[in-house]
Design a protein around this ligand. Sequence first.
Ligand code: NAD
Ligand code: TYD
Length: 343
Amino acid sequence: MSKTVLVTGGTGFIGNCFCKLLLTERPDWNVINVDVCTYAANIHTIDEELKNERYKFYKVDIRDREAIFDIFEKECPNIVVNFAAESHVDRSIFDPESFLNTNIIGTSVLMDACRKFGIERFHQVSTDEVYGDLPLDRPDLFFTEETPLHTSSPYSTSKASADLLVLSYFRTYNLPVTISRCSNNYGPYQFPEKLIPLMISKALKDEPLPVYGEGLNVRDWLYVEDHCRGILAILEKGRVGEIYNLGGHNERNNLYIVKRILKELNKPESLITHVADRHGHDQRYAIDPHKANVELNWDPTTTFEEGIVKTINWYLSSYGQNWLEECLKTTEEWMKKNYNNRK
Ligand code: NAD
Ligand code: TYD
């Protein structure tokens, strides 16, 4: 049956992958992308989608109540999937307020529009970072949906706050919500300020690769398309009011990731430069995806080896092209601010 899905943050890394998935795998669904296009969005990301007659783009801020309500009135979405967010932990350490504004207030505006105009589902894209971190010496521990919220950074705190707000709209207003909490994503079109695309870009330019602290922090890496398939499964098979953890049992420490990238690009490990650690740096994230696996029959299908090679090849082919060069130019000032004082 035909559906109209309103995707916020659809010009960003994961939101765009989700739009692509809907347009190819749900041929009678329409996709509305609402994105204000912050520094983290490059308009060329949606070049292909803009040619599709089932896709529409509104350059609108999710905090703009009037504009959001107008879009709901005009487009009558059946489903809303909220990806729009300030998403970089390091930036949240410099500027918490913009994270609180977009990630919490923006989410409430969207849900108010859902209440007013009616909706089959509001899905909130959240993160495993809401659970805080796990110790490196307890590999037997994993985050489940029951793990208490225990955030470390302004970013994760803003996401956890939004999650609580979403659950409160379920309980108080009976809004049909679901939440997914996902581990670290990687893949094409990721803005080159996050670990994997930053390290690939630096290696391609033979510049030092800035590893925070000893580089032993662990993340559970998931290929972006697997994440998006998990969200689609939640929309189609998930129970309202529920939270689903999405992760790949694919833990690697940062040094492993950086060395793997250097090996693939045939660059020397001498490019690795240890810099001062991130304040409040989370040690380890590791998701137990059992619930999504049993209830939704969801499992990641891309191995880390396949995914990292695909990702590196995508950045290799983007090297010197508009998308990557423009993104790197955008990050120049940020690089000075975040990295210059690090030793
Ligand atoms: P991203 O930074 O690449 O994209 C975010 C998008 O949101 C951008 O296009 C930006 O322009 C848009 N946006 C920001 N503020 C907005 C506003 N006020 N109004 C409208 N649009 C706005 O982020 P991403 O990596 O694609 O992450 C998407 C979502 O997934 C986020 O909610 C993030 O918290 C969550 N998440 C990300 C990861 C990850 O590893 N990247 C892991 C788990 C969860
Ligand atoms: P990041 O991609 O920012 O994701 P998150 O902090 O949300 O997990 O960082 C992933 C890991 O890589 C994290 O442990 C911090 C580390 N890191 C570096 O060592 N150097 C860098 O330049 C960046 C951006 C991250």
